[in-house]
Write a protein that binds this ligand. Structure first.
Ligand SMILES: Cc1cc2nc3c(=O)[nH]c(=O)nc-3n(C[C@H](O)[C@H](O)[C@H](O)COP(=O)(O)OP(=O)(O)OC[C@H]3O[C@@H](n4cnc5c(N)ncnc54)[C@H](O)[C@@H]3O)c2cc1C
Length: 394
């Protein structure tokens, strides 16, 4: 052991597998909040497929909504790790509610924080962090999902305004948002890399309409189709430089994948806890079903999957916070955690037997909610493409 310590030191390796005291306290505080303040709202939110909007200001006031941002903007200064802790704990209670909070602190505001000017930060980021304004991010279109460069939305500059025309689909917080960061071509001839720009569109802008989409999963996480018909926004609403929107979008998505992975982790953890409890309580052939080796092994593999997903996610978040390259790790975390959520929720259904299939069983909700994990914010196939490129296959 002493020899190993010496070797490790001589390599200069520093491995620290612990959250800091501050992170541990934050995790506990979010967990308590989720249990006391979010859990009681879940049944109604699931039944009506609506986000409980009162949570935004409540979480914002406590600094729980967007923990990653620095205190000068009202955040908790806890970086991406803080965001992941929040999303994981909220998702443990409900995936749809985690979607709304995750987008506000993540893809809905990220470009404004990183590329926006001070005025935009004060006008949009600060109220979003406080839960006074709800944010959304509009990239996907009916003909442009995985292939984001294929977007057809355009923004034409006229008399000091950008006039936006196009349709966005599957936009989280689309029905409830106060503003949305929208991707549009300002010059198609320059291609995506130089021709796409990002704009902030406020909900009351003439020509901006939204309609709710109905999903069988993540029901409180409201999703909408947005249309822009001659929707004119002031030129001050351009984020960063004109034509640089695509690289900004990629930055947003790389970070978003890490938070998305932590949402899958929260869901998978909840399903595992439910399966473990049920398997220890349900008796068949005179003993708890957890004792049958087939179930014991299922639960052992679930525990292992959770542990592996946790390390991938928090390592990627740590890299992000250190400003170190994290594209590969973020894609790996997203891919792995979403598949873990799928596996664990499927096995949970099996452990619940027939009871899992009833409408009021928690197992069926976990099973439904896991279905979006491998699709949203970049499908599993796209994550594999990203990883392939990162390991040198072009
Ligand atoms: C609940 C929900 C919330 C969402 N929230 C937002 C949001 O807030 N903002 C936003 O902009 N978007 C959002 N999206 C959109 C989401 O990111 C897209 O659905 C996703 O990127 C996939 O696009 P698509 O659905 O058009 O599928 P497609 O791109 O049509 O893909 C269909 C299938 O083909 C596969 N495929 C496509 N291209 C390739 C390829 N090159 N190689 C191998 N396989 C490929 C895919 O992996 C998939 O299996 C949301 C979607 C959902 C369902």
């Amino acid at each position: 052991m002493r020899r190993l310590d010496k070797t490790v030191r001589s390599w200069g390796v520093k491995l620290d597998f612990e959250f800091s005291e501050e992170q541990k306290m934050f995790k506990q505080a979010i967990r308590d909040f989720a249990e006391k303040e979010i859990s009681p709202l879940v049944d109604e939110a699931e039944r009506t497929a609506t986000f409980p909007l009162q949570l935004f200001p409540k979480m914002g006031e406590l600094g729980y909504l967007c923990p990653r941002y620095p205190p000068e903007y009202g955040g908790a200064g806890m970086g991406k790790i803080g965001d992941c802790i929040m999303v994981e704990e909220v998702a443990y209670v409900n995936v749809g509610i985690a979607a709304g909070t995750m987008v506000t602190g993540g893809i809905g505001t990220s470009a404004i924080y990183v590329r926006g000017n001070e005025e935009q930060k004060q006008k949009y980021l600060v109220p979003a962090i406080k839960g006074q304004k709800i944010a959304a991010f509009g990239l996907t279109e009916p003909n442009a999902g995985s292939d984001a460069a294929a977007i057809e939305t355009t923004a034409v500059k006229k008399n000091g305004k950008y006039v936006i025309n196009g349709t966005k689909i599957f936009i989280t917080n689309g029905t409830t948002c106060d503003f949305v960061c929208v991707a549009a071509y300002t010059d198609k001839s320059k291609g995506a890399g130089r021709g796409v720009s990002l704009f902030i569109v406020e909900k009351d802008t003439p020509g901006f309409k939204r309609s709710k989409l109905h999903k069988f999963c993540s029901r409180p996480g409201e999703t909408a189709e947005l249309t822009f018909e001659d929707c004119a926004v002031p030129e001050e609403n351009l984020i960063g430089e004109e034509g640089r929107g695509f690289p900004y979008i990629m930055e947003v998505l790389y970070g978003g994948r890490i938070s998305h992975a932590s949402r899958s982790l929260g869901l998978a953890r909840a399903a595992y806890d439910a399966a473990l409890k049920y398997a220890q309580e349900r008796v068949q052939f005179g003993q708890p079903i957890a004792k049958f080796q087939t179930n014991t092994f299922k639960l052992a593999r679930m525990a292992m999957d959770l542990e592996a997903a946790r390390w991938l996610i928090y390592y990627a978040a740590w890299l992000y916070d250190q400003n170190q390259p994290h594209v590969k790790e973020a894609a790996m975390a997203k891919l792995f955690a979403s598949e873990v959520a799928t596996r664990i929720t499927t096995e949970t259904m099996q452990i619940y037997g027939g009871y899992g299939l009833t409408e009021d069983s928690i197992a069926q909700r976990y099973f439904r909610d896991a279905r979006l994990a491998t699709i949203t914010e970049g499908t599993s196939e796209i994550q594999q493409l990203v990883i392939s490129r990162e390991i040198g296959i072009r």
